[in-house]
Structures are given as C-alpha cells and as structure tokens.
Design a protein. Structure first.
Lengths: 242, 313
C-alpha cells in the first residue's frame, strides 16, 4: 500500500492548467524525485499535497485515510511535512527556537504545549545534529549563512517527525561541497521517512531518488527509475526540445 | 542569562515599585498607582501586539467592557470590590472572545480598522443606553463597593497596594507566559504566520487565545480603574484609550515584559512635566515620540535588549 496517494488532482489558475489530473503514489521508505521544466506544475502539485493550496478536484490519501479537505496544519500533525523552496525560517528567533517550534507542532507527543523540557531539548538537538548544525542552537537564525539556513529548514522538517517529508528544491543555492553532504543526509532518512523532493539538479536527483516522476504542463510525462526516465524519449524531448 | 536571573530582575523591579510609595510624595504615589493600572492594561496589549503581532486599535473596548462589568453591578446593586474585579476580568475576556471570533478573520490594516469600529460601536452603545450606563457624564461608584477586606480603597495606602498587587500578578503571569512553549508559538505568529501553519499550528486559534488573554488584562485594568479611582464613564471606550497602551508599549519596548510599565511611567510624567511648562504640552509629547521613532524604534528596552541584554524576555 502506498503511504501517500493522489488521484486525479486538478488545480487550474484561470486558463493555466497548473496541475491537470495527476495520479501519484509514494511508497514507504522511498526517495521520490519530482522533476520537470520550469512551470511544469511541480510546486503547485506539492502545495496541493501539503494543503497550502486547495484542490479543485481529485483526492489525497495519507496511509489510506483521506486528507483532501484537511487544513495544512492538520496534515502536518499527521506526519506530512513540507519544507519551503524559498527559505522560510524565523530569522528573528534563535536556531533552537526555530526547531523547537517544529518539535512542538509536529506529530510527536513532545509537541504538547506542556511537558518534559529535557525531552524537547533532546529532540531539538537530535534534529540539528542530523543536518550538521549541532552547536548552532544559540545563534540567531537570520545570522546563519544561506547554506546553513537551508539546512535549518530541513532540520525543522525532520523535527516534525514526519512520515512523509516533501523537500522543495532543497539544494538550491548550496555550494558543491554542501550538496554531497546533503545527498548523504537524504539517503540516511529512509526507510523511516519517505521523501518526495523537487529538484533541478539532475546529478542530485539521479543520485538519490529510487523513482522519479516527470511533470510537464501539469500532467505526468513519465515515471520510473532514474535509468528509465533518462532513457525516455518524451523526457528528452521535453527537456532538450529535440 | 539563566531563568533565575531573569525572574530575580523582574521581582526586583516589583520591589522597587513597592518601595516607591514610601519615597514619593503622596501626590506622585497616587499617580504611580494610576500608572501601574495603565501598565497592567498595556501589559495585556503587549501580549497581543508586542509578542503576537496583533495590531489592535480597539483595546479601549476591552478596557471599558471590564470597567462597566465591574462598575454597573456596583452602582446598581452595590456589588463588592472583589466580585466586581472578577467580573471585570470576565467582561474583558468575553468581549475579546466575541470580537476576536469576527475580527481575526482579517489581518493587518483590516484588523486595525475592524477593531477600531468595534470599539466605536461599543462607545456609542454606552451613550445610547445612558439611562443605565451614565453615558457621557459617567457616574461615581458608591463607597460600599470600594472596600476590600475592610479597607477603603479610596485611601492612598490600600489603593496603592491593590494597584501594585494587580500589576505584579499581571507582570509575572506575562513573564511566565512569554517564557513558556506557548510564548514561543505566539512569537511565531508575529514573525511568520504562514510558516507556523506548516509547522502544525492553527494561527486563528492561537491568536484568538492571545486576544482573550489580552482582553482579560484590559478588562481587569478597566475594572480596577473604576474601583480604585471611583469613576466610570463612556469616555474610557474612546479611541484615545486604545492608543495609550500602544504608545506605552512602543515607548517602553514592544515584546519586552517590562516595557509597558516603563513606557506608561515615562509617558505619564512626561505629560505632567510638559503641562507644567507650557499649554502646548501635546507638542512636547509629540516631539518626544518623534525622537523615539528616529533613534530607538524598538522602544527604550528594545534598544537595551539589542545592545546589552540579548536574553531579556
């Protein structure tokens, strides 16, 4: 059974068919890449999944339960986490507070408004260590370098204790050295967490994804392993215009 | 900065305020009692505006709701001061709940305008029903309703003590609240509401709860004002009583627990001083605000926090 399931998702903006009848399945423990040319509807599609944008028709299921009409925050509490394409941290708060907000708001019981202070601190430290930001807790989030802010964004996603983690262009703006570390990080998340990532960097997608879905003009153009997708003539045409 | 030091600093502030009643001449000690009640009001405003980012222009509504919830039963039925203060809290919180359920569907400038209009409507209602509310003229509270534990609150000593106690409780509750996990969520609303949604929070609920707490503060302050100083009137629902707590908070430092008392005290005595010097005292107050906005836009304690004391809650 798939962990996250979408059937016939549709979202049009006026005449623009941003997402136009997409079916999608995310298996437990997989890293799934979502690629496609600019304007293919990738971000709109994951926004429908996360609940930031309401669907016009179609259905979404998380672990078999329908979540199509649920609010974004309700989906987060059930284990569907989303990290932003444009870094969207709380710059005026400390790194610790940023992650603590995620721990409190997420799926785990540490998220309650009362409770064990030490457990909260441990959960924050664990998320920061995982992305390599241990020791930065006291710093203001706005004072971190861009690359570190991207990692903080991922740490916040992890601190939600998600079942599904949606990463929207996580390597955008990272230095080459940071990208290698990031790929290892993503591979280290499975099988506890299933990952759906939008990614423009083909090297990264081909390197970490188990399966890839290609969107074009709001529809699924191709789906398969990295090798299958690479060999697909329709994909080559969409990307290269050949 | 450890939690213990932060608590110690705030307790020391309360101790200084308590001691001032023996040091200041009686006239200014009574003024300090007024300032502490106004600071209680502003502390509630600070929770909504300074911490949660809710810029309300209608807090006079909650202040007046508390004032009349306490003063009307006292006037008409001779209710005692203790129960009247309790009603004041409920009046302010209840009014904030009803207002918030509607007004929090808006944000930003719309929220400012909607809260302003609610307050104006309440002011007009108070005047319309002047038979019961005293309308513009207001009314004096009966002496029997201004007694607590056998002490007449019209006397300086007991009046100061009650004002100080209420402010102290308000300050310490505020400190505990902003240092709690919920306090962190409040600040998240101010900093980035959209992001907070994707961390599992329902901004509407969080903001409604904060507005109700803020309304409870305002209501208690309004009720205390009526009981301690013996007068209630529709004028307290006017716009200036929505602006005052905002000015106190901005002057003292928005999002700093001790900001409102500093702002209220500074503004109160600035007005006193300016009024002694010139009949154009509003000009001096305006000039002081311009200087503040230019050189310390985060308020006095906001500036202190940025420069010297980063962990100041």
């Amino acid at each position: 059974m798939s962990l996250l399931q979408a059937r016939g998702l549709v979202r049009h903006f006026g005449g623009l068919r941003a997402v136009d009848g997409v079916d999608f399945d995310l298996a437990p423990g997989e890293v799934h890449g979502l690629i496609g040319p600019n304007g293919a509807g990738k971000t709109t599609f994951v926004s429908l999944l996360s609940g930031r944008i309401p669907v016009q028709s179609g259905q979404i299921f998380l672990q078999g339960a329908e979540i199509t009409r649920q609010s974004a925050q309700a989906r987060v509490r059930q284990g569907l986490a989303y990290t932003f394409q444009i870094t969207s941290i709380f710059p005026g708060l400390s790194v610790f507070d940023n992650v603590a907000l995620a721990v409190q708001g997420g799926r785990d019981t540490v998220g309650a408004l009362r409770g064990d202070k030490a457990a909260l601190a441990r959960a924050v430290a664990a998320a920061l260590d995982k992305v390599g930001l241990g020791g930065h807790g006291g710093q203001m989030a706005g004072e971190l370098s861009y690359g570190h802010q991207r990692l903080l964004e991922v740490a916040m996603g992890l601190a939600l204790k998600p079942r599904v983690l949606i990463l929207d262009e996580p390597t955008q703006g990272l230095a080459a050295g940071e990208i290698a570390g990031f790929m290892a990080l993503v591979r280290g998340l499975v099988p506890e967490v299933a990952v759906l990532m939008i990614e423009h960097n083909m090297e990264v997608v081909m390197g970490v994804a188990d399966r890839i879905t290609v969107l074009n003009f709001g529809r699924v153009l191709a789906r398969g392993t990295p090798a299958e997708v690479r060999a697909d003539p329709a994909v080559q045409e969409a990307y290269l215009g050949a | 900065m450890s939690g213990r030091k932060i608590w110690a600093a705030h307790l020391a502030l309360l101790a200084v305020l308590f001691a001032l009643q023996y040091i200041l001449p009686p006239y200014h000690a009574t003024n300090l009692a007024r300032v502490m009640v106004l600071a209680l009001f502003a502390t509630g405003y600070n929770l909504a505006f300074g911490y949660t980012g809710l810029l309300s222009l209608g807090h006079a509504l909650f202040f007046a709701a508390g004032m009349f919830a306490a003063a009307l039963p006292a006037w008409h039925y001779g209710l005692g001061a203790g129960p009247a203060l309790l009603l004041a809290v409920l009046g302010g919180a209840g009014m904030a709940l009803v207002t918030g359920l509607l007004a929090l569907r808006t944000a930003g400038v719309s929220f400012m305008i909607v809260t302003l209009m609610f307050a104006k409507a309440f002011h007009l209602i108070l005047i319309y029903f002047n038979q019961w509310t005293g309308g513009d003229q207001g009314f004096a509270l009966p002496a029997a309703s201004r007694e607590l534990a056998g002490q007449a609150l019209s006397q300086d000593g007991p009046r100061f003590l009650v004002a100080w106690t209420l402010f102290s409780v308000g300050l310490l509750v505020c400190l505990a609240l902003v240092r709690s996990r919920f306090g962190r969520v409040m600040v998240a609303m101010r900093e980035n509401e959209d992001r907070s949604r994707l961390l599992g929070y329902n901004p509407y609920r969080v903001k409604l709860l904060v507005l109700v707490i803020s309304g409870a503060y305002a209501g208690l302050a309004g009720g205390a004002w009526a009981i301690l100083f013996g007068y209630a009137g529709a004028g307290f629902a006017e716009i200036q009583y929505s602006i005052l707590p905002m000015l106190y908070v901005l002057l003292g430092g928005a999002g700093v627990v001790a900001g409102p008392i500093l702002g209220a005290a500074a503004m109160f005595w600035l007005v006193e001083l300016a009024a002694e010097l010139t009949s154009a005292w509003l000009f001096l107050v305006g000039a002081a605000l311009v200087v503040l906005v230019l050189f310390a836009p985060k308020g006095v304690l906001g500036w202190v926090r940025a420069r010297f004391w980063r962990d100041l809650p």
